[in-house]
Design a protein around this ligand. Structure first.
Ligand SMILES: C[S@@+](CC[C@H](N)C(=O)[O-])C[C@H]1O[C@@H](n2cnc3c(N)ncnc32)[C@H](O)[C@@H]1O
Length: 208
């Protein structure tokens, strides 16, 4: 698992890297996943969107160009720098989301909170805790959309792990939808999951 300095070093090549890697594990389907999330966002103009683990803003800068009001958090200073070059008026805070959301954002409410390819840095229990906190930061009828390396079942995750044993990062926590949906249901949170590629999917939940 990379720390903030590791992501700093990756930042310059990140956009080119995902372009070249989007047909193979772990970025197989990367652009389809981002497109899926993009299409979930209705009325993009003026929508208040928070991107957790915003990185270089591959997805978010499209929404920015559509007129959305972009907020972001990321612990990598260099990733943020690149995002700010693409989105000069975005509000992006350097912050480790292991600690939840920064104080400055806790008073804000968002139409959408999105997170792509970032939340696998939290184990499942921390993910649930974070998801509940993020839900509190949504407006009424706001939506949380989490896209990540993930699988429908534990068996599918295991198959992928065996197939890509050489690339599998054992320090990261990839969701199995059956597990995460059950844990959310147990605390009364309804969500839905869509598998997009062999190794990536999208979890969505509405604040109603
Ligand atoms: C693989 S990149 C994904 C970037 C972007 N969301 C995308 O879809 O291309 C993961 C991003 O999450 C950030 N990140 C990872 N762990 C984090 C943490 N604990 N707190 C804040 N940011 C984190 C990294 O710095 C990096 O920018």
């Amino acid at each position: 698992m990379l720390n903030d300095r590791g992501f700093d070093r990756w930042s310059e090549e990140y956009d080119e890297f995902v372009k070249k890697s989007s047909v193979e594990y772990p970025f197989d389907g990367y652009y389809e996943v981002l497109e899926f999330v993009y299409n979930k966002i209705q009325s993009k103009k003026k929508a208040r969107i928070l991107d957790v683990g915003i990185g270089t803003g591959v997805l978010t800068h499209r929404l920015y160009k559509d007129g959305a009001v972009i907020y972001g958090v990321d612990f990598s200073r260099e990733m943020i720098q690149i995002s700010l070059e693409k989105m000069p008026s975005a509000i992006i805070l350097q912050w480790d989301f292991n600690k939840g959301l920064p104080m400055e954002l806790q008073k804000e409410k968002f139409d959408y909170i999105i997170s792509t390819y970032a939340i696998h840095h939290l184990n499942d229990d921390k993910k649930i805790e974070f998801i509940v906190k993020l839900r509190d930061s949504l407006k009424e009828n706001g939506k949380l959309i989490i896209a990540d390396i993930s699988f429908e079942t534990v068996e599918k995750r295991n198959e992928c792990k065996s197939k890509y044993a050489d690339k599998w990062d054992t320090d990261e926590f990839y969701m199995a939808a059956v597990e995460i949906l059950a844990k959310l249901k147990a605390i009364g949170v309804d969500a839905e999951y869509t598998q997009i590629s062999a190794c990536a999917g999208v979890l969505e939940l509405l604040k109603s």
